[in-house]
Design a protein around this ligand. Structure first.
Ligand code: GLV
Length: 371
């Protein structure tokens, strides 16, 4: 059956993958309220399209941290991609560079920064988890720099792993034939079986719960790479991120895998954009499955978006070709949305092209006066 939209890959992946793997990729935390909300919230934003504008030529190119890319659709870090397909992150890297966009490699990739670099040219960011052993972090950041990665996306929402009940039930663990390749030489590449989630135990053992804003400054003493703070969803933290020297913010709730009942990222976006006051770019991930979603995020002030699960599911279904197809489908849908909204370049996408239910005047009926 022909795949005609990004979402259709999920069912194919579910059929193909072992249950433990599919559940790990697909699940959110606890009640999975935020997981559904990340998608649902997009449907509360409607278009105010402009008509009779010449849309025969549409330019979707943009610049992110000084790097020119073909479209504002980038690849989010997602862990352990060789569980989805034998070529894992290498296939994702090739698909991203063929599409002229940025791939973010997870710290917990099953391919190393060097292996990903060896797939060929491409603009790549490195997602960083801060380990208790800071020598591990310093070495890894240095390796990412040497391998030509262009920015660090520092995950700040994971002092402990969220409670993902499917992983607890499945006793999730990295399959023994794979390793967290970036940590192989550091004896941190394996994940022990636990009597709940093996990943939650790994995080509890290795990841630094003391991480704080001063560490964002510390990171700048060990690298010249720009730092994107990934996991900000409030105005308060936006201001702190700017003070701490962040080069950008990724509005993210970690694919709804950490704290449940945080708002959908598309709902949190404007608060962050307003607090950033144009001083640094604001990006978004979480629930983007349509070109219309990309447009809505840009209309609310995002400089670009990242996709996570669609990459994993298409990788599982069709390897590199699947990821290419996902990027191509989103590109075409986004181009069509621009055309039908009357926008020929990204700078023409404005807040006035959308209306949200929080824009509406409050019309709570007042109680009628008693006669
Ligand atoms: C990894 O970052 C995960 O959320 O499982």
């Amino acid at each position: 059956m022909e795949v005609t939209n990004v979402m259709e890959y999920e069912a194919i992946a579910k059929q193909k993958l072992p249950k433990m793997v599919f559940d790990y990729y697909a699940s959110g935390a606890e009640d999975q309220w935020t997981l559904a909300e990340n998608r649902n919230a997009f449907s509360r934003i409607l278009f105010r399209p402009r008509i009779l504008i010449d849309v025969s030529r549409i330019d979707m190119t943009t610049t992110v941290l000084g790097f020119k890319i073909s479209m504002p659709i980038m690849i989010a870090p997602s862990a352990m991609q060789k569980m989805a397909h034998p070529e894992g992150e290498l296939a994702t890297a090739r698909a991203a560079s063929a599409a002229g966009t940025i791939m973010t490699l997870s710290s917990w990739a099953t391919s190393s920064v060097e292996e990903v670099a060896s797939t060929g040219p491409g603009i790549r960011f490195f997602q960083l988890y801060v380990y208790k052993d800071r020598n591990v972090v310093a070495q890894l950041v240095r390796r990412a720099e040497r391998a030509g990665f262009k920015a660090i996306a520092l995950t700040v929402d994971t002092p402990r792993l969220g409670r993902r009940e499917a992983d607890i039930k499945n006793r999730f663990v990295l399959p023994p034939y794979l390793t967290l390749k970036n940590f192989e030489g550091l004896n941190l590449g394996k994940m022990d079986q636990a009597n709940d989630s093996g990943l939650a135990s790994y995080v509890a053992g290795q990841i630094d719960r003391t991480l704080s804003w001063k560490d964002v400054q510390w990171l700048q003493t060990i690298t010249k790479l720009p730092i994107l703070v990934k996991g900000v969803i409030t105005a308060e933290d936006t201001r702190l991120a700017i003070q701490a020297g962040a080069a950008g913010i990724i509005v993210s709730n970690h694919g709804a895998r950490q704290l449940d009942y945080v708002p959908a990222t598309i709902m949190a976006l404007e608060e962050v954009v307003k607090a950033a006051q144009g001083r640094i770019p604001v990006f978004l991930d979480g629930g983007v499955r349509r070109g219309t979603d990309v447009f809505k995020a840009l209309a609310l002030g995002a400089a670009g978006i990242f996709i996570g699960r669609p990459v994993l599911f298409s990788l599982a279904a069709e390897g590199e070709a699947g990821v290419r197809k996902v990027l191509q489908m989103l590109r075409e849908e986004f181009e069509l949305t621009m055309a039908l909204s009357g926008c020929t370049s990204l700078k023409e996408i404005t807040r006035d092209h959308v209306t949200t239910d929080w824009d509406l005047p409050r019309t709570h009926p007042r109680p009628l006066p008693r006669l």
